[in-house]
Structure formats: structure tokens, C-alpha cells
Design a protein around this ligand. Structure first.
Ligand code: F42
Length: 145
């Protein structure tokens, strides 16, 4: 089995430890905002190691919308490239863990619809898009089976 390499960012690593360590009972929101977070387990595209990425929980029916905002930073987060290289992920939503398959949403109409849902769930995404020239990537995660 591949090795798990934690994030180099303290607050991210600590959230993953609390969330996963409690079996999805603690550390499930963005700081004290009460806004729900999921954990996306993905494979490092260079190391092949297991990576765990907390993201805001944005749902569309049985699917999750994953937004690569990274606070409006100028570059895509590294997990973007991980998901492009290997779309098989596991998503933990509190105590529920599911194998999912992700695809980047490039169709403009579909992206517009999903982006509106994402901004309704987490309004900061709109502000983050305003901070960067890159188009923030959006993935749709669907149940793998
Ligand atoms: N980020 C978002 O983009 N969107 C969100 O909705 C979001 C919500 C959120 C909620 C809670 C929370 O704690 C964090 C949240 N974040 C959100 C931040 C998110 O979890 C990521 O930390 C952020 O998007 C940056 O992602 P990143 O993949 O660039 O990760 C970093 C800093 C990281 O840990 N990088 C590793 C490192 O060592 O620096 C590398 C990880 C990796 O996958 N490496 C690859 C490998 O092969 O293993 C090599 C990659 C390469 O190409 O070099």
C-alpha cells in the first residue's frame, strides 16, 4: 500500500488528523465557521503517495463539486494535477466514506451551473475568483459504483 504523506501546511494537516482520527466526528468544518468540509484522498502524481485534501463540501445530488480555489492563489493547487492524473478518489463526508470518480468540468454551461451552486454554498469562492487571472478549476465527483 502507498505511503501517506501529510500536507506541509500546518492548519491543513491538523484538520485532516482531527477529521480522520475521529472517524469524521470532529474537525468537520472550516475553522469555526460551521461550514462543512470533506476530505478528498488522492494519489500524488509524482510520488504516488496518498494525499489527503480538505475541501468545502458542495453537493449536487449524489455528487460533490470540488473547487480548486486555493484562496485565489495565482496557481492551481497541486491536487488539481493529482486528480487529472488519477481520477479515482475517496471522499469522506463526516462518517460516510465513498469511492468516487472525478472529472474536470469544461463544458461552459455545466460549469456555470455548478459554479453557482458552489458560490451559494461558500460565497468566498466568488471573491477568490476575483483575486486571480486563472479560471478556478471545478471538478465533479460521482460515485464510482
Ligand atoms: N482548497 C481549495 O482549493 N478549495 C477548497 O474548497 C478548500 C477548502 C478547505 C477547507 C478546509 C481546509 O483545511 C483546507 C481547504 N482548502 C481548500 C485547502 C486545501 O486543502 C489545499 O491545502 C490547498 O488547495 C492547496 O493544495 P495543494 O495540493 O497545493 O497542497 C499543498 C500545500 C500540499 O500539501 N502540497 C504538498 C506539499 O508537500 O507541499 C504536495 C502534495 C502533492 O500532491 N504532491 C505531489 C505528489 O506526487 O505527491 C507532487 C506534486 C507536484 O506536481 O509537484
Amino acid at each position: 500500500m502507498a505511503e501517506y504523506i501529510p500536507s506541509t501546511r500546518d492548519w491543513v494537516r491538523e484538520q485532516v488528523e482531527l477529521y480522520e482520527g475521529s472517524g469524521g466526528k470532529e474537525g468537520t468544518t472550516l475553522r469555526d465557521t460551521g461550514m462543512p468540509v470533506i476530505i478528498v484522498t488522492n494519489k500524488g502524481n509524482k510520488t504516488g503517495a496518498i494525499r489527503k485534501t480538505p475541501l468545502m463540501r458542495v453537493v449536487d445530488g449524489d455528487n460533490y463539486i470540488l473547487v480548486g480555489s486555493q484562496g485565489g492563489a495565482p496557481k492551481h493547487p497541486v491536487w488539481y494535477y493529482n486528480l487529472k492524473a488519477d481520477p479515482n478518489v475517496e471522499i469522506r463526508d463526516e462518517t460516510k466514506v465513498q469511492s468516487m470518480w472525478v472529472r474536470e468540468v469544461t463544458d461552459q454551461a455545466e460549469r456555470d451551473r455548478l459554479w453557482a451552486i458552489a458560490v451559494a454554498a461558500f460565497p468566498n469562492y466568488d471573491e477568490y475568483q476575483g483575486r486571480t487571472d486563472r479560471v478556478i478549476p471545478v471538478f465533479l465527483a460521482e460515485p464510482a459504483n
